[in-house]
Design a binder for this molecule. Sequence first.
Ligand SMILES: Nc1ncnc2c1ncn2[C@@H]1O[C@H](COP(=O)(O)OP(=O)(O)OP(=O)(O)O)[C@@H](O)[C@H]1O
Length: 248
Amino acid sequence: MLELADLTVLRGACPVVDRVSASVREGEVIGLIGPNGAGKTTLMRGALGLLDHRGTSSLAGLDPLARARAAAWLPQAREIAWGLSVAELVALGRLPHGRDQAAAGEAAVEAALGRMGLETYRDRIATRLSGGEQARVLIARALAQESPLILADEPIAGLDPAAQIATMEVFEAHARAGGAVVTSLHDLGLAARHCTRLWVMDRGRMVADGPPGEVLSEALLAEVFHIRAHFKITPQGPVFQPLSTLDT
Ligand SMILES: Nc1ncnc2c1ncn2[C@@H]1O[C@H](COP(=O)(O)OP(=O)(O)OP(=O)(O)O)[C@@H](O)[C@H]1O
């Protein structure tokens, strides 16, 4: 679904994404983690071809329409500019499909509203919703796009705990249905519980790529995140609790 080979993005002379090679397959929920400024947003924008880059991304060469049909992009900035209703805003996710799929489009919008628990919000003006409600609407718009791959930049930031879990479960369901998700997030507990694989970025490099239980080692948490944490695989699933910072 996505192949990156030596993807590099320069800011001035500085590579903020530095020779990253990775791939995404059907059924995966990839948690893109790393400290602030590690290059997570830049990696996703580079992968989409939204930034000048070296190396290759399988998405970057597609024309905008084909790319939008292949991958939905949920940016970190959540500005909603127009006073549209929630249903109208979610329906904007259908734009890459043109007018020939009107019936399927309505079904997709309804399904997306339902998945994000927004049925009772459909007629509300989106700009008059709370920050977390707006975030859920924008996730619904990305789902309505029905692109196999979703790239989401910190989609659960600012959501309440139930909405965070529900959103990660929506991503898992999208992957189980044959899609895939790459999502950046800072909650390593949710990353460990809901992601099939973690990509760890540090200073532009991808320093680890593997299942959460392998990646979140004491050494990596110290080296990359400068924290000590409690991490255990329990019968209820992985449990992660940051405990303290370490001297750098
Ligand atoms: N437009 C820009 N011009 C110059 N440098 C930039 C620009 N955008 C980002 N950077 C730098 O590139 C690096 C990576 O930024 P990026 O936004 O990809 O980090 P991130 O891992 O997504 O961080 P965060 O967790 O804080 O969102 C940072 O050092 C940042 O300061």
